[in-house]
Write a protein that binds this ligand. Structure first.
Ligand code: GLU
Length: 476
């Protein structure tokens, strides 16, 4: 039987959830969902200076917004906890002890000042700056004596003189030469573990089978492979996804627009569109297909098809994709998503509390929207009575003919049936009375009612506003 897939997303809570991080999370999540495996969320908060609770809260919130639920991790727990590195110090110390016991690591008593002096000297003499191995072969008795005497020490791993090779699922064969590393520290004299050691211990302890992460971690993998070997643990399979670039092909940064997932939620992007877009940043199913829902992505996803070339974050494409997903929603699906945006913009408008009006409104504006936020100006242009401001509209509502038209229409609207056929008959009759047709008829009415001669369908606007409000606007 093949091993159950266990993957993880391991963010450091030192900022917001970046779109790059979200993509890493997504690749792991899709793989877990596809294979029926387990998706672990681990918070890498050993950098106490930079880690904040606020950042953890934001990460969890944004993960939930994206719908990337985790099977083990904060809030849900699990058999491999704790899932915060800051709560796992004893585990790292236990593994460090194991390295000391099997001789793969040794206590090093060299003081920082001595090491610094040696490094300077080596630099002057153009020699390797690696640790020179002073404490590498101390006699057991000496080690015991110095520890008993209370000397502080770090734990250093004994780096074997050999090359390391990684068969990365994305990058292919990656090699590191033996001379590029000296014996490195795994545990500081304070008992605090170093970053690469934590990652290896956690991935091993949490029985992670596949490490899917960004290319920037590839260099760490050299040290990590050494640590797996030192611990006598088989390393997981690695897949390093390429970086995400901005449209100018430089590394994606704020300069290119929002990089925080939370910002996209606030700007009215849909979770489904965001997932679709992120998945295609460095992955494809071998076809030109662009629109997927989450179930389809889960079905199609494979680690082997993560691309070696970087993904380019094309903001216009995201907007387009969002529009595709948004217009595919039923009004009932769209309504609860768009309502918070409308309420925020027009908190005192009681019509937003009327389900019937709201439904008509959303139906009317859906085709005008690419993002949920787009609903606001369109809805405002309908709901808020405003006087024409542009030249074209002013001209249309200022003629003698238009005045006759509006008066006649107000009268017709008072008695007509308040449905599409009723409006049409009323408009036709009023047009006849005022001898207005074409632009002078339809555009003028629209300009009088909404303040602009462009916008959503007139019939829909009349539906939303209702008889009383329309007549009031015609008479204003
Ligand atoms: N904590 C690391 C980061 O936030 C991830 C480490 C890993 O995936 O191995 O970039």
């Amino acid at each position: 039987m093949s091993q159950q897939v266990r993957v993880r997303f391991a963010p450091s809570p030192t900022g917001y959830l970046h779109v790059g991080g979200a993509r890493t999370a997504l690749f792991n999540w899709l793989y877990a969902r596809k294979t029926g495996g387990t998706f672990v969320l681990r918070i890498e908060d050993t950098d106490v200076e930079r880690s904040t609770q606020e950042s953890v809260d934001g990460l969890l919130r944004d993960m939930k917004w994206l719908g990337m639920t985790w099977d083990e991790g904060p809030e849900v727990g699990g058999p491999h906890g704790p899932y915060y590195q800051s709560q796992r110090l004893e585990i790292y110390q236990k593994y460090a002890r194991r390295l000391l016991d099997n001789g793969a690591a040794y206590p090093c008593f060299c003081k920082e000042e001595e090491l610094e002096a040696k490094r300077q000297k080596a630099e002057e003499e153009h020699r390797s700056l690696h640790y020179d191995g002073t404490c590498r072969s101390l006699a057991k008795e000496e080690v015991e004596r110095r520890i008993a005497a209370g000397e502080t020490y770090v734990v250093r791993v004994r780096v074997p003189e050999k090359d390391y090779v990684l068969e990365d699922l994305v990058r292919g064969r990656v090699e590191w030469k033996s001379e590029t590393l000296g014996d490195f520290i795994v545990l500081r004299s304070s008992g605090m573990p170093v970053y690469n050691f934590c990652v290896v211990v956690d991935d091993a302890d949490m029985e992670i089978t596949h490490v899917v992460r960004a290319e920037e971690h590839l260099t760490n993998t050299h040290r990590q492979l050494i640590l797996y070997e030192a611990l006598g643990i088989k390393p997981p399979i690695f897949a390093h996804a390429s970086l995400i670039l901005g449209e100018d092909k430089s590394k994606l940064s704020k300069r290119h627009g929002a990089t925080a997932v939370g910002q996209y939620a606030e700007d009215g992007f849909l979770r489904e569109a965001m997932i679709n877009f992120l998945a295609l940043l460095g992955w494809n199913d071998g076809t030109d297909r662009e629109i997927y829902n989450v179930a389809e992505l889960t079905e199609c996803f494979s680690l082997e098809r993560i691309s070696k070339s970087p993904g380019v974050f094309d903001h216009n494409k995201l907007i387009w994709m969002n529009g595709q997903h948004l217009r595919a929603l039923t009004v009932d699906q769209l309504l609860p998503l768009v309502l918070p945006f409308l309420k925020k913009a027009m908190p005192d408008d009681a019509r937003l509390d009327n389900p019937e009006v709201l439904r008509k409104l959303v139906e009317l504006i859906q085709i005008k929207m690419n993002t949920l936020l787009d609903a606001v100006p369109v809805a405002e242009s309908i709901l808020r009575a405003s006087q024409p401001e542009d030249e074209e509209s002013i001209a249309l509502v200022s003629t003698e003919k238009s005045k006759v038209l509006f008066a006649a229409l107000a009268k017709e609207f008072t008695t007509c049936e308040w449905v599409k056929d009723g409006y049409n008959a009323a408009i036709k009759a009023a047009g006849k009375t005022a001898e207005a047709k074409g632009k002078d008829l339809f555009m003028a009415i629209r300009a009088r009612i909404t303040g602009s001669c462009h916008g959503p369908e007139l019939v829909g606007i009349l539906d939303v506003l209702g008889r009383e409000e329309v007549i009031k606007r015609l008479n204003s």
